[in-house]
Write a new protein. Structure first.
Length: 272
């Protein structure tokens, strides 16, 4: 908000204004009570009942003043009636005090002009009216300043909340994007590790298969050699068999050939 917020009246100032209003009201009531009581007696009201008339007039002023203070902050329409009563009571009190002052000065044969006496007598209710209006005005301005300050604070809070809301949305989107990227990287890394593990397992399996095949071949080769050595001349002589020939067939038999080759070699030797 670009509108300048007025300062709120301090509580001490408001209390001082209220205390001054009460003090002036008491003084005005005392002076007016004396003048109006005497005026009521001169007007034909019994002396024992004359004191009631100033209470009615000034009591209306007091009651309307309290109502104005109590209704502070309400709409102007709600304040019309108490202000009307206050002005009416102040007007009656002012006029009555002025009339009493003029009558009193005339009876005293004083050099003071009646107008001056009337102004002096009218001053207390007028001042009471003015000071009451001033106090109520101060409270109204305090309420207006408090409302403007609260509205400004609300606007600032709204702007901050919106800003933080946008920042939260941006941060949330960024966090979601980072999480998705991290998940994609994790999945890609897992796939690479799986592929490497699979390739390593295949290589190890192939190596183990080749090793097992070589071992089987070695064992098979060693087993054939033992078979040939069992049919060697030494073994044959010991068994009473004919020694094998030393020719080409014998070389094939001694080279670890299969038993079929041994039979062929023996048949060739028997022919020779």
């Amino acid at each position: 908000m670009n509108e300048k917020i007025p300062n709120e009246p301090h509580k001490a100032v408001l209390r001082t204004a209220v205390a001054a209003t009460v003090l002036i009201a008491i003084g005005a009531f005392v002076l007016s009570f004396s003048a109006l009581t005497d005026l009521a007696q001169r007007s034909g009201i019994d002396a024992n009942l004359a004191w009631i008339w100033p209470i009615i007039v000034d009591g209306m002023i007091v009651a309307s003043t309290v109502a104005i203070v109590a209704l502070n902050g309400h709409s102007r329409r709600a304040m019309v009636y108490p202000w009307t009563l206050l002005f009416f009571g102040a007007f009656v009190s002012t006029a009555a005090n002025s009339v009493h002052a003029i009558l009193t000065v005339g009876e005293m044969n004083s050099d003071i002009p009646p107008v001056v006496s009337a102004l002096v007598a009218a001053m207390p209710p007028v001042v009471l009216l003015a000071i009451t209006h001033l106090t109520v005005h101060m409270y109204q301005k305090k309420s207006e300043a408090a409302e403007k300050r609260a509205a400004a604070a609300y606007d600032e809070e709204t702007v901050e909340n919106e800003k933080y809301g946008f920042a939260y949305d941006d941060g949330f989107q960024a966090a979601m994007t980072d999480a998705q990227n991290a998940e994609s990287e994790r999945v890609a890394t897992g796939q690479e590790q799986l592929a490497e593990a699979t390739a390593r397992a295949r290589a190890e399996g192939r190596a183990e298969a080749n090793s097992a095949l070589a071992q089987i071949k070695t064992e098979a080769a060693s087993g054939n050699t033992q078979a040939v050595s069992a049919k060697s001349p030494a073994n044959a002589s010991s068994n009473g068999a004919r020694p094998a020939s030393t020719g080409k067939i014998g070389a094939m038999a001694g080279s670890g050939a299969a038993p079929l080759y041994d039979e062929i070699a023996q048949s060739q030797d028997s022919r020779n």
